[in-house]
Design a protein around this ligand. Structure first.
Ligand SMILES: Cc1cc2nc3c(=O)[nH]c(=O)nc-3n(C[C@H](O)[C@H](O)[C@H](O)COP(=O)(O)O)c2cc1C
Ligand SMILES: CC(C)CC(=O)C(=O)O
Length: 398
């Protein structure tokens, strides 16, 4: 259905094939080929046309007034760049590594649930796109595809995102499966003890397909939502454990030897606790503004967390990254890497695996350009001095 709608938009003969000489200079990488979207915003427009409203609203929406949703993007816009000139930028190296795993750039795929809402191939297509871009994908606990299908779809470095369910055995089983299937880390999401209030989903009576991994492990009420409202909300109420606390990090450590990253931290206090608890990494995230409205924009919270962590573990950030310059700003403020959620989902909805891949490649190309124009030849050369934040401007006036 999605492809039929999309074909009408883009022409059914269009397909994105990787350039034989990949690199920032190729026309395709610059998005100059006929009709291909040239930026994330255009992919979002295509996704909106391709998807049923209920699914587009689920993917795009945020919590309550969507203040934080707007802020996640707007706060990037308030950070200015301080380019340095007359530096030889004929060679730019964007590569980096996380927990010892190499990536071609500091742009990773955030865990987002239910990719079959966007494309029949679901997370298998996303995983292939991430693998083609040599980056790490974090597979959602709420994936449509089974973890085994994704693991066997391609040779890539993958992390596994975990929700702690009331049924601890279900969470524990999936952690063990991830470990045995070669996933390299567990990303424990800590900002969702209960689901945020997503009013578009409530209005649309959002139907959330049961996640592929969960179907066999527990019986869920198929008639969720019979009283109206969002089925996702009822699914979350049935499954998520609101008693999740710091002691559960200990529990998780007791059932896996994989490194554990905590996703959903936006304060210095919690960042310090995460390090004390033995986290191997901290992910500054507000869940794409889908949980607590009026939580800070993640790029505004990043520096506080980076300072609190003081280099003990890597800090990642997600939320609102739509441009390579956003990635650059996050690096300058101390992030080891960024994760992108909706942009990849939009690419997948618009053009399947090719679209998801093109979105990541576009962001990489934009980052490369930003680095060149700021005089940075490697990610290590991107420093705090390359950005001017609102805080900097206020301090300069005092
Ligand atoms: C449709 C959708 C589904 C998501 N599902 C999950 C999930 O299953 N687990 C999780 O930890 N975060 C989930 N997230 C949050 C993302 O991991 C990430 O924090 C967020 O999308 C980043 O913001 P961005 O979409 O602006 O890039 C989801 C986000 C979206 C948009
Ligand atoms: C609660 C999950 C099932 C999905 C999720 O994390 C999300 O929609 O933000």
């Amino acid at each position: 259905m999605y492809f039929t709608r999309f074909s009408a938009i883009l022409g059914s003969s269009q397909s994105f094939t990787p350039s034989s000489s990949p690199g920032p200079k190729s026309l395709e990488a610059r998005g100059m080929e006929d009709n291909l979207p040239v930026n994330v915003r255009e992919y979002q427009e295509l996704a909106e046309k391709a998807l049923p409203k209920m699914y587009y609203d689920y993917i795009n929406g945020g919590a309550e007034d969507e203040h934080t949703l707007r802020e996640n993007i707007a706060a990037y816009g308030r950070i200015l760049l301080r380019p340095r000139v007359l530096i030889d930028v004929s060679k730019i190296n964007m590569s980096t590594s996380l927990l010892g795993y190499d990536m071609s750039s500091p742009i990773m795929v955030a865990p987002t649930g239910a990719h079959k809402l966007a494309n029949p191939e679901g997370e298998v297509a996303t995983a292939r796109a991430a693998a083609a871009c040599n980056t790490i994908m974090v597979l959602s606990f709420a994936s449509s595809c089974k973890i085994e299908e994704v693991a066997s779809s391609c040779n890539a470095i993958r992390f596994y995102q975990l929700y702690v369910y009331k049924r601890r055995d279900v969470s524990a089983t999936l952690v063990r499966r991830a470990e045995s299937l070669g996933f390299k880390a567990i990303v424990l999401t800590v900002d969702t003890p209960v689901l945020g209030r997503r009013e578009a989903d409530i209005r649309n009576k959002m139907i959330f397909p049961q996640p592929g991994n969960v179907v066999d492990l527990m019986s869920l009420d198929n008639d969720l939502g019979a009283e109206g409202g969002s089925k996702l909300e009822q699914f979350a109420r049935e499954t998520l454990d609101p008693s999740l606390s710091w002691k559960d990090v200990e529990w998780l450590k007791s059932i896996t030897s994989l490194p554990i990253l905590l996703k959903g931290i936006v304060t210095a206090e919690d960042a310090r606790k995460a390090v004390e608890a033995g986290a191997a990494g901290v992910i500054v995230s507000n869940h794409g503004a889908r949980q607590l409205d009026y939580a800070p924009a993640t790029i505004s919270a990043l520096e506080e967390v980076v300072k609190a962590v003081a280099g003990a573990v890597p800090v990642l950030v997600d939320g609102g990254v739509r441009r390579g310059t956003d990635v650059f700003k996050a690096l300058a403020l101390g992030a080891k890497a960024v994760m992108v959620g909706r942009p990849v989902f939009f690419g997948l909805a618009a053009r399947g695996e090719a679209g998801a891949r093109h979105v990541i490649e576009m962001l990489k190309n934009e980052l490369e350009l930003a680095m060149a124009l700021c005089g940075c030849r490697s990610v290590a050369e991107v420093t705090r001095a390359h950005v001017l934040t609102e805080g900097d401007r206020i301090r300069a006036l005092l």
